[in-house]
Design a protein around this ligand. Structure first.
Ligand SMILES: *Cc1c(COP(=O)(O)O)cnc(C)c1O
Length: 233
């Protein structure tokens, strides 16, 4: 275990440095960009190593896995949920989930609102957009987002703080840049409209292979897994 985790601190230092450089290149305010360590499939010991190196924000993609790992970790870890969320798993979530990045359909919106009302909890979410129109990927089509946000306005226990996307697989960095730019453009267009419970300040985009590009295109949350923890087993 010690051996497997030994590189995590060093890799985090490198990632932070690369983020800093991307922020400088794009002349952005560094306080507007957050690194999420995507800890899915990683053992608690690996997450602890990242925590020791100062990382506090982590992302998991399966509710079950989060439920197994989170109790063994410090209480001030901040948890983000990035994977497809089944409606029957919402009941297992609690206020230690800082943000749900994968709000991608009406049924999930409805379930979150109902559970939120029952417990007096307001969920912080991002709307997942399938900006690449990749049939293999989840997310709303860009043209579906305005109607969806209108529905969010009718769900007082759900707040939307921005948009999230997962880049298409096997495309060039140039194409990925185009997708990031489109997501930002969609956000900018929608921001001029006002819906209750909607404030599109966050853009969750960019992973291990393209987080610097994402920052240059306006990402506020980058989700990095393998570059921190190493390849997933
Ligand atoms: C796994 C995952 C990531 C991290 O991917 P890496 O390539 O390991 O950086 C980011 N976002 C989502 C939604 C993921 O499922």
């Amino acid at each position: 275990m010690m051996l497997a985790n030994a590189g995590i601190e060093q890799r985090l230092v490198e990632i932070r440095q690369r983020i800093k450089q991307a922020v400088e290149r794009s002349k952005r305010d560094p306080s507007t960009i957050r690194l999420l360590a995507v800890s899915k499939t990683q053992p608690v010991s690996g997450i602890e190593a990242a925590y020791q190196a100062g990382q506090r924000a982590f992302a998991e993609n399966r509710v079950q896995e989060w439920r197994e790992k989170a109790p063994g970790l410090p209480k001030n870890c901040q948890w983000h949920l990035v994977g497809r969320l089944q409606t029957n798993k919402v009941k297992y979530l609690d206020q230690t989930i800082a943000m749900i990045h994968s709000l991608d359909r009406f049924s999930l919106l409805k379930t979150l609102n109902e559970q939120g009302e029952r417990r007096g909890t307001i969920w912080t979410t991002l709307v997942q957009v399938n900006i690449a129109r990749d049939p293999a990927k989840a997310g709303l089509m860009p043209e579906e987002v305005p109607d969806f946000l209108t529905s969010v306005g009718e769900c007082p226990y759900v707040q939307v703080q921005g948009l999230m996307t997962i880049g298409a697989m096997g495309v060039s960095l140039k194409e990925t840049q185009g997708f990031f730019r489109q997501l930002r453009g969609l956000r900018d267009t929608l921001q001029s409209r006002k819906w209750p419970g909607v404030d599109l300040r966050e853009l969750s985009m960019g992973m291990s292979q393209d987080f610097e590009l994402a920052i240059e295109e306006g990402a506020t949350l980058v989700r990095v897994g393998r570059q921190i923890f190493g390849e997933r087993g």
